[in-house]
Ligand binder design. Sequence first.
Ligand SMILES: C[S@@+](CC[C@H](N)C(=O)[O-])C[C@H]1O[C@@H](n2cnc3c(N)ncnc32)[C@H](O)[C@@H]1O
Length: 198
Amino acid sequence: MGVGPWVGDWPQDDRLDPELLRDGDRRNVVDAYRYWTVEAIRADLDTRRHPLHVVIENWKHDLNIGSVVRTANAFNVAAVHVVGRRRWNRRGAMVTDRYLHVEHHPDVDDLVAWAQADGVPLWGVDNVAGSVPLETARLPRSCALVLGQEGTGLSDEAVAACGTTLAIGQFGSTRSINAGAAAAIAMHAWVRLHAGHS
Ligand SMILES: C[S@@+](CC[C@H](N)C(=O)[O-])C[C@H]1O[C@@H](n2cnc3c(N)ncnc32)[C@H](O)[C@@H]1O
C-alpha cells in the first residue's frame, strides 16, 4: 500500500514531510495527501469539515470508540465528543484520531453546556422507548449524533438531553447492533442528506 520514495526534482512545499519523501508513504491516506505531514492534512481537513458532530458515552472504556473515530474521520465530521472517561482505546482508530478533533466532556451536563453554547442540537441514536425511525428522519444539517455504549446503551441523562432519539430499523432476532456499526449507519444517513449540498 502507498507510494515509494519521491522520484524527480525535490518538491518545495511546506506541507510535505521530508522523511516521507525520502522513505515513501505507506499510510492509509487518500492519494491527494500522499507525503503530506499530519499537521498539513489536519489543517486542510479543517477548511472543509461537515457541521456534524458525533458523541459517544464512555463510562466503561467502550471498545467501539476507535471505530467511531475512524468512520468520523472518513466523513470529515466537525468533532467527536467522548462523554465520561477521558481515556479510550485507540486501537480501532488506526491513528485517524490524529486528523480530527476529539473533545472530552466529563458528564452529560458538560456536553449540554457545549451544545447550547455552540447552538448544536443533540440527536440521540438508540432504540429506546419513543425513538423515531432513522430511515425517515430529517436530520438537521448542523447537529450532534449521540450514541450510547455497549450493554447499557444511552444513559437516562443523555436521552433526556436529546430532543429526538433515532432508532435504526432491525429485522432479525438481536435487540441491537454494535455501537460502532450504529454510528456508521447514523453518520451515513446524515451524509446522504447533507454532504456535498452546502
Ligand atoms: C449495543 S447497543 C445497547 C443498548 C440498546 N438500547 C439495547 O436495547 O440493547 C449500544 C449502542 O449502539 C447504538 N445502537 C445499537 N443498535 C441500535 C439501533 N437499532 N438503533 C439505534 N442505535 C443503536 C446505540 O447508540 C446504543 O446505545
